[in-house]
Design a protein around this ligand. Sequence first.
Ligand SMILES: NC(=O)C1=CN([C@@H]2O[C@H](COP(=O)(O)OP(=O)(O)OC[C@H]3O[C@@H](n4cnc5c(N)ncnc54)[C@H](OP(=O)(O)O)[C@@H]3O)[C@@H](O)[C@H]2O)[C@@H](O)CC1
Ligand SMILES: Nc1ncnc2c1ncn2[C@@H]1O[C@H](COP(=O)(O)OP(=O)(O)O)[C@@H](O)[C@H]1O
Ligand SMILES: [K+]
Length: 473
Amino acid sequence: MRSAYRVETVRAAEAELMARLPGGALMQRAAAGLAAACAGLLGRVSGARVVLLVGSGDNGGDALYAGARLARRGAGVSAVLLGSRAHQGGLAALTTAGGRVADDPFAVVPRADLVLDGITGIGGRGGLRPEAAAVARAARSSQAVVVAVDLPSGVDADTGRVAGEAVRADATVTFGTYKPGLLIDPAREYAGALRLVDIGLALPPVPDVEALQHADVARLLPVPAAESDKYRRGVVGVVAGSARYPGAAVLAVAGALRGGAGAVRYVGPAGEAVLAHYPETLVHGGPPGKAGRVQAWVIGPGLGDTPGVEEVLDSDVPVLVDADGLRPLDPAAVRARSAPTVLTPHAGEAAALLGVAREEVEAARLDAVRELAGRYGATVLLKGSTTLVAAPDADVPVRANPTGTPWLATAGSGDVLSGLAGSLLAAGLRPRDAASVAAYLHGLAARRASRSAPIAAHDVASALPGAWRDVTG
Ligand SMILES: NC(=O)C1=CN([C@@H]2O[C@H](COP(=O)(O)OP(=O)(O)OC[C@H]3O[C@@H](n4cnc5c(N)ncnc54)[C@H](OP(=O)(O)O)[C@@H]3O)[C@@H](O)[C@H]2O)[C@@H](O)CC1
Ligand SMILES: Nc1ncnc2c1ncn2[C@@H]1O[C@H](COP(=O)(O)OP(=O)(O)O)[C@@H](O)[C@H]1O
Ligand SMILES: [K+]
C-alpha cells in the first residue's frame, strides 16, 4: 500500500523528529537519498552535467546538498538560483564541493544530463512564477532527465491541483511519505516515476490517501473454497440496458461475469442481446423484485428512463448505482438504506449530483469525491484519469487508483467497471474494497489489452482474467 499524508501532518511529524535530532540531520538524510537516486538515474556520475533549480526554501536546500554530493563524485554541477534567497548552508556545501552558481540558466539547462527541480516542495503556493516557469520549460525541452525534489514544483501537495505552470518531471524523489498530490491527477501526471526516501518520520496510523498495490489487491480478491457453489460465491443482479442501449447491458454483464460472483442475473429489456453474447447469464424479463435472490445489485448502465432504481434501492443488499441510475438519486433515500450503496459517477455525473460545473470537479477531485460520499452516506467511486474511492466516513483514507491508461476513455468501459465492482460486492467484498479493487483490475486489464493501441470496452472485459492472474501471480 502506498500511503500519502497532507502537508500539515508531514510538518508536525517533521517538527517532532527534528526536536530529537541534531540540526540539519533531516535535510542530510533527504539529500543523501536524493543524490543516490540521481546517481542511479545517471548511471555514470563522474563527468555528468547536473543543473540544480533552486528556490527560496528548504526544497532548494535539499537540491543544493544533493548537488554537493554529486559534485564530490565528479559531476559538473551548476545551480540556478530562482528564489528571493537560497539556503545558505546548502550553497556553501555546493561551492566547497566544486559546484558553481550559473548566471544564465538558458546557457546551462539545454546542455544538462540531469536537472534537479528544487524550486518548491511542500511550501509552494500556486503555479510557478514566470521566471521559474521559463526555466522549467527549457528543462522539459532539453534531453536532460528531470528529477523533482519531494514534489514537482507548481503542483498542490494536498489535492493534486495544478493552478498554473508546473515542472514536468521524469521522476520524483519524495521524503518521509507520499503526498496526496503525487497520487492524484492532474499533479500525478507531472511527477513521473515515484521514489520514496525514508527519513524516519513517525506518521499517524491512518493516512489521508492511499493507493493499492498488487499484494493488497491479491489479499482482497475472493477465492472460491472447496465447498463453494455458485450461490455461495454470490449472485449479482444487473439492471441495465434499454431498447436504445442494449450494449450497455452486455458490457455490464461482461464485467460482472469476470468479478468473482458465482452467477449473474440480468434484469431488463436487453435479455436477447445479453444471451447472444453470454448464454451463461440468468435472464429475467420482469421487475427486479421478482428476479430472485441476489447478494448485490448493479443498476444504471444504459438504463435510459427505464424505472427500477427506487425498487432496487429498497432492497436489503448492497447496491451499486451508475450512469442513468444516478440521475434521479435522492440523498435521503440513499442515506436511509439498510445496506451499503456504491455510486460510480464520472466527473460530469458527479458535477450534476453536486450542482457544480464539471470543471470544478475535475480541478478538485479529492474534495468532490469526499463531499459526495458524505452527502449520500455512500461509497463513491469517481471515475477519470485518476479514479478515486471515498467511504462515507471522512476519517477513512480515500483510495487513489494507480492503474489505468487514457485508452480507457472509450464508450462502454464504465459499464464493464460497474458490472465488475458489483460482482465483487456480491462475492462479499466490503464496498470500499469492491470499488477500489474493481478500478485496479479494470485499469490493469485496459493496459494489458491496449499496450499503447486503441481498445474497445469489450477488450477490457476479456482482459480481466489475465489482470486477475497478474495480481495473484
Ligand atoms: N517536511 C520534512 O519532513 C522535510 C522537508 N524537507 C524539504 O523541505 C521542503 C519544504 O521546505 P520549505 O518549507 O522551506 O518550503 P519550500 O517548498 O522550499 O518553498 C518555500 C518557498 O518557496 C517560495 N515559493 C512559494 N511558492 C512559490 C511559487 N509558486 N513559485 C516560486 N517560488 C515559490 C516562497 O519563497 P519566496 O520566494 O516567496 O521568498 C516560499 O517561502 C520539503 O518539500 C522538502 O523538500 C527536507 O529537507 C527534510 C524533511
Ligand atoms: N483520461 C483517462 N485516463 C484514464 N482512464 C480514464 C480517462 N478517462 C476516462 N477513464 C476511465 O474510462 C472509464 C469511462 O467510464 P464512463 O465515463 O462511465 O464511460 P461509459 O459511460 O461510456 O462507460 C472509467 O473507468 C474512467 O475511469
Ligand atoms: K520540487
